[in-house]
Design a protein around this ligand. Structure first.
Ligand SMILES: Cc1cc2nc3c(=O)[nH]c(=O)nc-3n(C[C@H](O)[C@H](O)[C@H](O)COP(=O)(O)OP(=O)(O)OC[C@H]3O[C@@H](n4cnc5c(N)ncnc54)[C@H](O)[C@@H]3O)c2cc1C
Length: 509
């Protein structure tokens, strides 16, 4: 099957590469650098300008969870926290493999020029977030970790052939394997022939009206994989971050209020000042994200309030330690040093994605996936805080090596894009409204069926560029998310169903 979106004038230009990487966040650049170091000809695509703020990586605040040698932490302890947060659906072998490789991957990033915050003793400062029983999260610029990770990788990636405003709109394959990518550019579409393609396209937050994700997080990689016939998994597990800034705006990207604030003592309260997490979970405000988001959502439903509050007034040195959060709050007219911060849960992270092994190999030969688009089994039903950058670094690097090896073994391919199929799409705003109502923190069968009915009315939409492609991708991914969510009739991790009678806050010791 060659599921190629109908695209006027397919293949106006044609080029060759050994490895094509789609995405310039932590996973894409780490993968591209690894494949380049392995001696392969690498082309990296970015659908936006390659500039700050265009990747989720740039916005990461809390940090990177990593077990440092010579501390009282251990790989086993980090694995145990990850598996507990994942609510029984993590692949423990994959978790162990990735966690155990974390320090090496972070050391490579430091070798590429990244700097992390240190304490008075000169050692890295470690913070805590929800679900972690140890302080094991390194950070940079206080709460600007992603800015530093992206900066360091961008600088190192100066040696790569990066193509901004190149949107991958179809994966090309023969009966057995990947043969290339169909790419939309401002100068028209073209074909990149390549034996190895790495999806590093990030998340899908824009399935919803409001999200912490950047503009381009429209699930492209999952859609590309689905159309090409690769397996996806765990798509029902969309993580809602408990604390997205509530500023009354209509939607789109909204600032995140990092969980590390709760690691430093901030408390979630309702409009009446009651502590929301008291008595809900033994870890209270530092319970895993799914538990906290569900508790905040439940309190909002019970009280009818528009938002809850994160009271961070007692966090020592708030403005210095959390400059990004402080600036975002002040831009919205709130002084977090003196006022509780208004928050709501927001669509944040896709725990599922394109099924891979811990080296990023998908079920389709020549296709690799790394970072948020991938599903290694690390996150199960709910990702542990700050495990995402870790996974992006580790699996990104491994996928780059594996893709380079595959390209060498396979040799040049000849891609054909001559069997266009018309993708279908529904109106983006209508889809986002429907997903925000029927597939949010709390779902039920009727709400999911409502979205399915909307999707059934999708109409053919010839892909002429990035925006239309994204609408088709969002529609395809919503269909897969809703199908998976409807099939899972239990509540588990970040998939909470109000029509599951056993639905209750999960206890994690
Ligand atoms: C506000 C915020 C805070 C976070 N804080 C943390 C944290 O503290 N710690 C942590 O571990 N995780 C955190 N996360 C999650 C983490 O940042 C992301 O999961 C991770 O950075 C994703 O990296 P990535 O490389 O997979 O994708 P991204 O960094 O999102 O990069 C995706 C890239 O793919 C490109 N792309 C997408 N589709 C196409 C296409 N069709 N064609 C061409 N290019 C395409 C995009 O242009 C972009 O370059 C946070 C996320 C957000 C949004």
């Amino acid at each position: 099957m060659t599921a190629t979106p109908a695209c006027g004038g397919i293949g106006r230009w044609q080029q060759r590469a050994d490895v094509v990487v789609i995405g310039v966040g932590v996973a894409g650049l780490t993968a591209g650098l690894a494949a380049h170091r392995a001696g392969r000809k690498v082309v990296v695509l970015a659908k936006t300008r390659h500039a700050p703020g265009t990747t989720a990586t740039h916005y990461a605040q809390g940090g990177i969870a990593v077990v440092l040698p010579g501390t009282e932490d251990s790989v086993a302890a980090h694995v145990a926290d990850t598996v507990a947060a994942g609510a029984g659906l993590c692949d423990e072998a994959a978790v162990t493999s990735i966690v155990a490789d974390g320090y090496r991957a972070v050391a490579d990033l430091v070798g590429a020029g990244a700097h992390f915050d240190t304490g008075a003793d000169g050692h890295w400062s470690l913070t805590r977030e929800g679900g972690h029983h140890r302080r094991r999260i390194i950070h940079a610029g206080g709460d600007a970790t992603g800015v530093e990770v992206q900066r360091a990788l961008d600088e190192a990636a100066g040696i790569l052939d990066i193509r901004p405003q190149h949107t991958a709109i179809a994966l090309l394959r023969d009966d057995e394997k990947i043969t290339g990518v169909l790419v939309a550019t401002p100068d028209g579409p073209g074909i990149l022939h390549a034996p190895s393609v790495i999806l590093a396209t990030g998340g899908l937050g824009h399935l919803y009206r409001a999200t912490t994700n950047p503009d381009g997080a429209t699930g492209d990689g999952v859609a590309l994989a689905l159309w090409a016939g690769a397996e996806v998994a765990d798509l029902e597990f969309i993580q809602f971050h408990p604390t997205m800034l509530f500023d009354g705006s209509a939607g789109g990207r909204r600032p995140l209020i990092t969980e590390a604030l709760r690691g430093e003592g901030a408390i979630l309260r309702d409009a009446a000042g009651e502590a929301i997490m008291a008595g809900v979970h033994p870890m209270a405000d530092l319970a895993p994200r799914d538990v906290v988001a569900a508790a905040v959502d439940a309190r909002l439903r019970a009280t009818g309030a528009d938002c809850a509050y994160l009271d961070a007034r007692r966090v020592p040195g708030l403005a210095r330690r959390f400059p990004t959060v402080t600036a975002a709050c002040r831009a919205a007219g709130i002084d977090p040093v003196r006022q509780p911060i208004p928050i709501v849960p927001g669509a944040h992270y896709s725990c599922g994605g394109v099924r891979t092994d811990p080296h990023g190999r998908t079920t389709l030969a020549g296709l690799f996936a790394a970072g948020e688009v991938g599903r290694t089994g690390m996150h199960g039903a709910n990702r542990l805080a700050s495990n995402s950058l870790l996974e992006g670094l580790v699996v990104g690097g491994r996928a780059g090596v594996a893709a380079a090896e595959h390209a060498l073994a396979t040799g040049p391919t000849r891609a054909r894009a001559d069997e266009p199929v018309a993708p279908v799409a529904v109106d983006r705003a209508a889809l986002q409204r429907a997903m925000s109502t029927g597939a949010s923190v709390l779902r039920d069968g009727a709400g999911l069926a409502g979205i399915a009915a909307l999707l059934a009315g999708a109409r053919p939409l010839p892909v002429t560029g990035r925006r239309r492609f994204e609408s088709a991708a969002l529609t395809a991914v919503a269909d897969a998310v809703v199908t998976a969510a409807a099939r899972r009739t239990e509540s588990r991790g970040c998939h909470h169903r109000s029509d599951d009678p056993s639905n209750a806050a999960r206890e994690v010791a």
